[in-house]
Design a protein around this ligand. Sequence first.
Ligand SMILES: [Cu+2]
Length: 174
Amino acid sequence: MHIDKLEKNWAGISLGIAGLFVTVILGSAFFHGIHAPSNVETIDSAKLHLSAEFAEDKLGVQHNANGSVTVRMVAGRYGFYPKELTLPAETEITFRWVSLDVIHGVHMPMTNMSTMIVPGYVAQVSTAFHHAGDYPVLCNEYCGMGHAHMWSNIKVVSKAQWEALNKQGGANHG
Ligand SMILES: [Cu+2]
């Protein structure tokens, strides 16, 4: 089969552009730390309230023995629960997210937190906040009429402040 030289050149250019895009996507994924939509851990979304891990009183902050913190949150139309949380800065924090209805996403600007929350799966992302302040938590997967209102807030305080709060009975237990 004869292929014109000009056509070969154009085919080469378009493949080159596609290759460039793939390189940029992979490069930035490695640079920012890859987050697959889920760590392939399954859960029954219809029975979250009965589950050992995501029952209502188990949500929020868990202090681990090694000084790190695990946060369990539920996304549902149209909010993230618990609605308000206080977390320490400069601490390794592992978020575990589940959805109770449809696909949601979570994005926290200025952090590496960005993942899909697919019903039936646990999405896990580790992060650390380097500055104290208020961090918005936004849904970035269209999930219905109230999607634009689906956001909440995480308050980050310095480590010393956080320890003081927890001595008083806890920032997240009242
Ligand atoms: Cu949503």
